[in-house]
Design a protein around this ligand. Structure first.
Ligand code: 6PG
Length: 253
């Protein structure tokens, strides 16, 4: 587990964009929510170096999860990424693999998405070159929420759990996929995440309570790209009083 701490959300986005260029991924799973928007906007910004360097026509974009809404809904992760990035870059439409969350039956949307994944990656478990994740204040990641039965899924690639807290279904990649990523990057910013970050990174492993602790790639690396505000309660951030890269011993074997 690698911890990278930066001064600001803008620096986190820039570091993530540079990581992307270094990897030159052919398959990327994009996270939703609000945190990664800055990264997507930066990658698409014509006044920044990234737009010209990303191999848009050779990269296939998937989503780690989606809300159970149509793609034009304000809550849609696809809509967020389309507005921030896809609509502003030369990515071929066939390279965008949207979760069909407009399907009235979330379970059917999950099945369709699973077949899309299997068609692209073959029958093996998808091995994404790069996966972005976020974390909720209660420890969820993707749409794997605390105590969700989807956390115990070992065969299916995509699940459609009902999320009691939100009173809605979600569609989400499961741990077999998320833990098969070659580079899995948590993007976390803001003081509101500092408590859960410390819980997840520095306390004993309780993945049913903190699903983000279940992310431990078998053949890959997990990194946390955070600003100082999100990392402020972590023991390692107290020792580094400047924005610096801190390798943190893996506290959750
Ligand atoms: C989603 C995300 C979810 C997100 C966290 C953090 O669909 O909302 O996949 O897992 O990463 O909830 O969200 P913020 O970035 O908005 O804090």
């Amino acid at each position: 587990m690698e911890l990278k701490i930066f001064e600001s959300p803008a620096e986190v986005a820039r570091a993530a964009a540079e990581h992307w260029l270094n990897l030159n991924p052919k398959s990327v799973a994009l996270s939703g929510g609000s945190t990664p928007r800055a990264l997507y906007q930066l990658l698409a910004d014509p006044n920044e170096p990234f737009r010209e360097q990303v191999a848009w026509d050779q990269t296939h974009f998937f989503f780690t999860d989606e809300r159970h809404v149509p793609p034009d809904h304000p809550d849609s992760n696809y809509r967020m990424v389309d507005e921030a990035m896809f609509s502003r870059v030369p990515v071929p439409q066939q390279n965008i693999h949207r979760i069909p969350a407009e399907n009235p039956v979330a379970e059917d949307a999950a099945k369709v998405y699973e077949s899309d994944l299997r068609k692209f990656f073959g029958e093996a478990i998808p091995a994404f070159d790069l996966i972005f994740l976020g974390i909720g204040e209660e420890g969820h990641t993707a749409s794997l929420f605390p105590h969700s039965p989807a956390l115990n899924e070992t065969e299916r690639l995509v699940a459609a759990p009902f999320v009691e807290k939100l009173n809605t279904y979600r569609i989400t990649m499961t741990l077999p996929v998320l833990n098969n990523g070659k580079s899995v990057v948590f993007l976390v910013t803001g003081a509101s995440k500092s408590k859960i970050v410390r819980e997840v990174i520095e306390t004993a492993r309780k993945p049913d309570l903190y699903p983000a602790q279940a992310i431990s790639p078998t053949n890959g690396a997990v990194s946390w790209f955070m600003d100082k505000a999100a990392a402020r309660l972590c023991s390692t951030s107290n020792s580094s009083n400047t924005a610096a890269e801190s390798d943190l011993l893996n506290k959750n074997p």
